[in-house]
Each structure stands twice: as C-alpha cells, then as structure tokens.
Design a protein around this ligand. Sequence first.
Ligand code: CDP
Ligand code: CDP
Length: 226
Amino acid sequence: MSKTPVIAVDGGAASGKSSTSRRLAARFNLMHVDTGSHYRAVTFALVQAGVSPHDTATIESALAHLKLGEEIDGQSARISIGGKVPREEDIRSDAVNAAVSPFAAVPAVRRFLFDYQRSQAAVAERSGFSGLIMEGRDIGSVIFPDAPLRFFLEADEATRAARRAKEGQTDSIAERDRIDSSRKTAPLVCPEGARRVDTSHLTLDQVVDLLAGEIEQATGLAPAQA
Ligand code: CDP
Ligand code: CDP
C-alpha cells in the first residue's frame, strides 16, 4: 500500500472540483486524477460498443475487454483504454453527458474502476509527485475513506448552471446530480468527517487559498509554487 498523501475532492457537477484540484496539484506538486473522466471514458467505450446501461450482463462482458492504463500529461494522469487516451471531445459529448450517470450507477462499472482508482496513489509515488489529489463523487467515501484530507465542494444550482453555461456546455446538471445522489452504490454524499465548502460566493482563487491552507496544516506539504 502506497504511503503517498492523498487529498480527496468530491462534489456535484460544476461545484468547482476540476479547476480547484488542478490548481492545488500545481501548487503542491500533486498528481491530479479526475475520476469523472474515468466514468466518461468507460461510458464512451460502452456506448461505442452499442451497450445499454440497463443490460448488466452485456456490460460485464464488454468491461472484460477493456484494458485500463494511464498516461501522465503534465500534472494529471489520464486514463487510457486499450493503450489510447480517449479524446476530450468524445468523453464530453452530449451523448456521454446523457449516458454517464446511468452507467455510473451500475455496480459492475464501479467495481471495474475501484482497483484502478486506488492504484493511482502508487502511480503518483513512482512518477515523482509529492502526493495525489483525486476528484469525483465517492473518493472520500469509498475509494480513499482514510485520506488525511477529504473535501466536499458545494454551490447552489443556479451558480453551477451559470458556470456550465459560461463554458458553452449543454449539460443537465440537475438530472445528473439526481441520479448520482439517489443511486444505491456509492451515492454522491458529503462523507462523515469531510470538510464541506460552499463555493457559491467564492472565486476560484479564494477556494484554492482556503483548501491550500488546510492541506499545508493536515499533511505538512509545502507549496512547490505560489
Ligand atoms: O465535471 P462534472 O462534475 O460535471 O462531472 P464529472 O466529474 O466529469 O463526472 C461525470 C459523471 O461521472 C458524474 O455525473 C457521475 O455520474 C460519474 N462519477 C461517479 O459516479 N463517481 C465519481 N467518482 C466520478 C464521477
Ligand atoms: O469539476 P466540476 O464539474 O466540479 O467543476 P469545474 O469544471 O472545476 O468548474 C466549472 C466552472 O466553474 C469552471 O468554468 C470554473 O472556472 C468555474 N468556477 C468558478 O467560477 N468559481 C469557482 N469557485 C469554481 C469554479
């Protein structure tokens, strides 16, 4: 088991997980992993294979053919499937936005990614990073419940919708949050003991500074860059 410090960042869609985690990764020389992109990549592969989220038996056999790996790209580790990192435009398409939460609710899909996601701590260590910052929906509750620091980012729905609209994305945030929060396996919840941060009225800089202070305190990591 890797001893590398792990920071868990969870929250609903457009709560600021990715932008905040990337900035913290640069500041503390952490390896950044976006687990939403894992679910998106697997969803893309399953949709390409013509599999439906309701057909559990076919999902299991299709998953058995997917070989996962990672490529380090700057500060981030990106998932590869069959030796290829899927393209951003493919995993963030409208079709994947609509299908990802139904697939992510399937226990076989979550089981398939569990060991892979846990293994990223060792990848961070052997790749020379000072730690791992992993963002998603169940990182502090299921993947790394013992992480020294677990954050749960929130923002009101209007703020989150405005953030996505500003990025020019068509994305049904409320619908994804509803499915993610109500599923039986690893629902989106603020894990007990996690630090809840409402970002609705905070700028990205303010959120990053707030979390950075807590990271320094809890892990003893020093900023590699201001
Ligand atoms: O960027 P955004 O917050 O909109 O979504 P994302 O992080 O790319 O995640 C896409 C979807 O993957 C989520 O709506 C969840 O259904 C699923 N997901 C999950 O179930 N568990 C995770 N740890 C991360 C994402
Ligand atoms: O990863 P997640 O879906 O949780 O959110 P994100 O992609 O990091 O952030 C969604 C958008 O909100 C981005 O365009 C961020 O720049 C913006 N944002 C913001 O305006 N204020 C914050 N405190 C955090 C994010």
